[in-house]
Design a protein around this ligand. Structure first.
Ligand SMILES: Nc1nc2c(c(=O)[nH]1)N[C@H]1C(S)=C(S)[C@@H](COP(=O)(O)OP(=O)(O)OC[C@H]3O[C@@H](n4cnc5c(=O)[nH]c(N)nc54)[C@H](O)[C@@H]3O)O[C@H]1N2
Ligand SMILES: Nc1nc2c(c(=O)[nH]1)N[C@H]1C(S)=C(S)[C@@H](COP(=O)(O)OP(=O)(O)OC[C@H]3O[C@@H](n4cnc5c(=O)[nH]c(N)nc54)[C@H](O)[C@@H]3O)O[C@H]1N2
Ligand code: SF4
Ligand SMILES: [Mo]
Length: 748
C-alpha cells in the first residue's frame, strides 16, 4: 500500500494522506483522501491537483467514499430474512447456506433455474471485473440479465458489426477536436460515458478557447446545451433520421472522404441507396429539426478541421438505439473522422485489451430465446426489461432462484413492480449488495462486499473509455471488518460452492489460463511468467501479469516497462499520452480486416425506421430521463448529503404544455402511460422542447421493507414504473427515452 504521511485534518489528529481515484462514475477523478488510521475513518476527501487527468477537479459525489463508509444503514455482515425481520449471520454459515441452496436448485432443475442480474457498480471494481467472465461462465445460465441492456448494448452491437468486437469503442478525442457534436449525452453532469472525461465542462471550455465549437442535439436544453455554441432540440427517438440525413447529404454533395480507411470499407453503394429517401426535408417533420438546420450542421461539420460526433445514453436507450449508435460511427467514418486526431479513436489500455489481433469475432446473438415472447439473447443476455415476465413464467423449466450482483433492477429497469412480485415467487434469492433496498429487500440472504475504500482498485474498464490513455492503481485506505470479503471473493465463493470447487482452485484456474495466454502472446515461457507473478492469489497478481505483457509492459524481462509495482509507485497515476491514430486496421476483428458498413440485422431494422417515418411520431407527450450531479442511478439516496435541498424528482415540462393542461409550477400532475399512472410534482421550464417531459430515474423509494430511512424520506417516483416493454429490437435495450405519456392535473 502506498501511503505518505502528511499534516491534514484537525490538529492533534494523526492523519495520513492517500491518493486514489474516485470509483463512483466513469471519470475516475483523482482523490486526495486524508485518513485517521487509528479511528479507521476518513477525515477529508478532495481533488488531486497532481492527477494528470482530473487536475484537481472533483464533483460532489467524491464525498460518497466517506459518506458510504459511515452510513449506519450499510450492511457490514451477511443478513438473512426471517419472519422476525433481518438477522445477521456468520460469514461461513451464510456462504454455506447460499452454496447449498443454489447447488440444490441447480442439481434438481438445471443451470437455467438460477437467474442472475448484474449491476453497474461491478464496472467500477477491478476485482469484480477480472473474475466476471469466470463467474458468468461457471454459472452458465441462460437467464442472465444486466444493466447493460438499459445502457450501452446498442453501442456494443454496432461496434461488433463494424469492428468485430463489442468492446472496441471509438472514443471522441475531446481535447483535440474543434467541432464537437454531442447527441443524447450530458457530459457536464455525467462527466462523460464511453468518453470518460473528468471536468468535461473545463474541457469544453478549452475547446471553445482554441476556436472550436460545441453543438448539442438534445430534447432538453441540458447543462451541456446551456454552454454550447448551438443547441438543436430534437424529438426523442428520432436521431437515426437526423444522422441518416447527414449521410444523405454527404453522398449527395460528394463529400464522402474516407481518409486512410479508403479501400477498406464495404457497402458504400448500398448505404448511399438506403440513405436516399432520408433527405433533410423528409426528416424535418419527424425530428423537429428544420431542414435548413440539418444542412447547416452538415456544412459546418464538413468545414471544420477536426470534427467529431458523439452519442450516448439518449441515443442508446431509445426506439432506434442500435441504428442511431451505428450512424454516429458511420458519419464519422464517411468523413475520415474515425481513427483520426480530433475525431474518434481507440484507447490502448495498459493491460492489453486493445491490441492488434488476427482473430475474427463471431457475432453471438439468438443462440437462445426468452420464454415468454421468444426474444433473442445478445451477449449471452436477455433484455432486462423482460426480466419480470421471464422470472414470473411458470412453465416446467422455470426460474427458481436469483442472484443479484450489485444491482437494483426494481428501480433501474422497466417493469420494476412486476419484477418485485416475480422475485417473491422464487424459491431462493441471494443479493450481493451493501444495502437492503427495493430489490434486495426481497432476497433471502444478502452478502455485502467491502466498499470502495476498503479494497484496492485499478481503473480497469475505464482505460478503454478514457479520452487519454492512463494507468492508475488505488490502494486500500480503510481496514474492513474482520471476515469481510471483496466482491471478487464473494463471486468466487458462490461459483466454487455451486460447482464443488474452492476459491483457491478457481483463482488457480484463471491464473494458469492467463499465464498460458500471455506466454503465447509474448513468447515468454509460462513457467517464468508464473514464477514472476508469485503465489499471492487474487486480482492483483493477474493485473501485474497483464500490465507486464501489455503494450507498455516490461515483458517479464525487467527494465523500464510497466509492472504493477511501478504503477503502484506512481501515486497520481501514469499518463500514457493522448489517444493515437492508426490503430485501424490492426485492431479490427472482422473478416479480411474490412469494415462492413451494413449487416442484415441493420438492414432489417431499417425497415422499422422507414415504417416510423411513414407513421409519424407517436402522439402526445414524450417522456425522457434526466441525471443530476448528486445522483448515481438508484443508490446514493440514503446518504443525507445527497438528498438535501429541493426535490429533484420532478416532471419538467415546457410552459406551453403545462398551461394547456392547467398545470402551474409546483402543482402535482398525473402521469399516465400504458404501464402505470403516478403523481409527480411539475417543474415548468423552457429548457424542455415543447411536447417533451423529463423525469429522472433512480427514485421511487416507497417500499417500507427497505433499510434506507433517508431514501424513503425522499422517495420520489420511479420513472421505470411508467416505462413499458419497448425494446430496441436488434440489441434488446430498453426504450426509456421517448416514451409516450399523458399528463393531466389532479382533478379537484
Ligand atoms: N429510466 C431509466 N432507467 C435507467 C437509466 C436511465 O437513464 N433511465 N440508466 C440506466 C443505466 S445507464 C444504468 S448503468 C442502470 C444501473 O442499474 P443498476 O446497476 O441496477 O442500478 P444501480 O443503482 O447502479 O445499483 C447499484 C446497486 O449496487 C449496490 N452497490 C453499490 N456499491 C456496491 C459495492 O461496492 N458492492 C456491492 N456488492 N454492491 C454495491 C447498491 O446498493 C445498488 O443496489 O440503470 C439504468 N436505468
Ligand atoms: N451525476 C451522475 N453522473 C452519472 C450517472 C448518474 O446517475 N449521475 N450515471 C452514470 C452512468 S451509469 C451513465 S451510463 C452515464 C450516462 O451519461 P450521459 O449519456 O451523458 O447521461 P445523461 O445525463 O442521461 O444524458 C442523456 C441526454 O440525452 C438526452 N436525451 C434523451 N432522449 C434523447 C433522444 O432521443 N435523443 C437525443 N439526442 N437526446 C436525448 C437527455 O435529455 C440527456 O441530456 O452517466 C454516468 N454518470
Ligand atoms: S465526476 Fe465525481 S463521481 Fe465521477 S469520478 Fe469524478 S469525483 Fe467521482
Ligand atoms: Mo450506465
Amino acid at each position: 500500500m502506498e501511503a505518505t504521511a502528511a499534516p491534514e485534518g484537525p490538529p492533534g489528529q494523526a492523519t495520513e494522506t492517500i491518493f486514489r481515484s474516485c470509483p463512483v462514475c466513469e471519470a475516475s477523478c483523482g482523490l486526495v483522501v486524508a485518513v485517521d488510521r487509528a479511528a479507521n475513518r476518513v477525515v477529508s476527501v478532495r481533488g488531486d491537483a497532481e492527477d494528470h487527468r482530473s487536475r484537481g477537479y472533483v464533483c460532489a459525489k467524491s464525498q460518497v467514499v466517506k459518506d458510504l463508509h459511515e452510513d449506519p444503514a450499510r450492511l457490514r455482515r451477511p443478513v438473512r430474512r426471517t419472519e422476525n425481520g433481518w438477522e445477521e449471520m456468520e460469514w461461513e454459515a451464510a456462504l454455506a447456506l447460499v452454496g447449498e441452496r443454489l447447488a440444490a436448485i441447480r442439481g434438481a432443475h438445471g443451470k437455467d433455474a438460477v437467474a442472475m442480474y448484474y449491476g453497474n457498480p461491478n464496472g467500477h471494481n477491478f476485482g469484480a471485473q477480472i473474475y466476471t467472465q469466470l463467474f458468468i461462465s461457471l454459472l452458465e445460465t441462460q437467464r442472465f440479465f444486466s444493466a447493460g441492456s438499459v445502457d450501452q448494448q446498442p453501442k456494443n452491437l454496432s461496434c461488433e458489426l463494424l469492428y468485430g468486437s463489442a468492446w472496441t469503442f471509438p472514443i471522441p478525442d475531446l481535447d483535440r477536436s474543434d467541432f464537437f457534436v454531442c447527441m443524447g449525452a450530458n457530459p457536464l453532469v455525467s462527466q462523460g460515458s464511453l468518453m470518460s472525461a473528468p471536468d468535461a465542462g473545463g474541457r469544453f471550455e478549452a475547446l471553445r478557447a482554441r476556436g472550436g465549437e460545441l453543438v448539442v442535439i438534445d430534447p432538453r436544453r441540458s447543462e451541456t446545451a446551456a454552454i454550447a455554441d448551438w443547441h438543436l432540440f430534437i424529438r426523442p427517438g428520432t436521431d437515426a433520421f437526423l444522422l441518416f440525413a447527414l449521410v444523405n447529404l454527404l453522398f449527395a454533395s460528394d463529400r464522402v472522404h474516407l481518409g486512410h480507411l479508403a479501400g477498406r470499407i464495404d457497402g458504400l453503394e448500398r448505404l448511399r441507396e438506403l440513405a436516399a429517401p432520408f433527405t433533410p426535408e423528409a426528416v424535418a417533420g419527424i425530428t423537429g429539426v428544420a431542414a435548413d438546420d440539418i444542412r447547416r450542421l452538415c456544412e459546418r461539420f464538413c468545414a471544420a478541421e477536426r470534427p467529431v460526433i458523439y452519442g450516448r445514453i439518449g441515443l442508446c436507450t431509445q426506439e432506434f438505439g442500435t441504428l442511431a449508435s451505428w450512424l454516429v460511427d458511420v458519419v464519422n467514418l464517411l468523413r475520415g473522422r474515425l481513427d483520426a486526431v480530433g475525431g474518434a479513436m481507440f484507447p490502448r489500455p495498459a493491460t492489453g485489451q486493445g491490441e492488434d489481433s488476427d482473430s475474427v469475432g463471431q457475432l453471438l446473438r439468438g443462440r437462445w430465446r426468452s420464454k415468454v415472447r421468444g426474444f433473442p439473447e445478445y451477449m449471452s443476455m436477455l433484455p432486462a426489461t423482460l426480466m419480470a415476465e421471464e422470472l414470473a413464467w411458470d412453465g416446467e423449466d422455470r426460474a427458481r432462484a436469483l442472484i443479484t450482483v450489485a444491482g437494483n433492477p426494481v428501480l433501474s429497469v422497466p417493469n420494476g413492480d412486476r419484477l418485485r412480485e416475480a422475485i417473491d415467487g422464487l424459491d431462493f434469492v441471494v443479493a450481493l449488495d451493501i444495502y437492503i433496498n427495493e430489490t434486495t429487500s426481497r432476497a433471502d440472504v444478502i452478502l455485502p462486499s467491502t466498499v470502495q475504500l476498503e479494497h484496492s482498485n485499478y481503473d480497469f474498464l475505464f482505460q478503454s473509455t478514457s479520452v487519454r490513455n492512463f494507468a492508475r492503481y488505488s490502494p486500500r485506505v480503510l481496514a474492513p471488518e474482520p471476515g469481510a470479503r471483496d466482491q471478487w471473493q464473494l463471486m468466487l465463493e458462490i461459483c466454487g460452492r455451486v460447482n464443488g470447487l474452492t476459491v483457491e482452485q478457481l483463482d488457480a484456474m484463471i491464473f494458469e489460463g492467463l499465464a498460458a495466454r500471455l506466454a503465447a502472446a509474448t513468447g515468454v515461457d509460462a513457467a517464468r511468467i508464473r514464477e514472476l507473478a508469485g503465489t499471492e492469489p487474487g486480482p492483483e497478481r493477474l493485473l501485474d501479469m497483464m500490465l507486464r505483457a501489455g503494450p507498455h509492459g516490461d515483458r517479464f524481462a525487467g527494465g523500464e516497462g510497466l509492472t504493477l509495482a511501478r504503477v503502484k509507485a506512481a501515486e497520481h497515476g501514469i499518463d500514457l499520452g493522448p489517444l493515437t491514430p492508426g490503430r485501424l486496421p490492426g485492431i479490427l476483428r472482422t473478416e479480411g480486416k474490412r469494415i462492413r458498413l451494413l449487416h442484415p440485422l441493420l438492414e432489417e431494422d431499417l425497415g422499422r425506421l422507414r415504417e416510423r417515418l411513414r407513421a409519424g411520431p407517436p402522439p402526445g407527450l414524450l417522456l425522457i430521463g434526466r441525471r443530476h450531479i448528486r445522483d448515481m442511478n438508484t443508490w446514493l439516496h440514503n446518504l443525507p448529503h445527497f438528498v438535501r435541498g429541493r426535490n429533484r424528482c420532478t416532471l419538467r415540462m415546457h410552459p406551453g404544455d403545462a398551461a394547456g393542461r392547467g398545470l402551474a409550477d409546483g402543482a402535482t400532475a398525473l402521469v399516465r402511460t400504458a404501464a402505470a399512472e403516478r403523481a409527480v410534482p411539475v417543474e415548468i421550464s423552457d429548457e424542455m422542447m415543447p411536447g417533451v417531459v423529463s423525469l429522472p430515474h433512480g427514485f421511487g423509494h416507497r417500499h417500507a421493507d427497505t433499510g434506507q430511512p433517508h431514501a424513503q424520506a425522499h422517495a420520489g417516483v420511479s420513472a421505470n414504473d411508467l416505462i413499458g416493454d419497448g425494446l430496441d429490437l436488434p440489441s434488446g435495450t430498453s426504450i426509456v427515452n421517448g416514451v409516450p405519456v399523458e399528463v393531466r392535473a389532479v382533478p379537484p
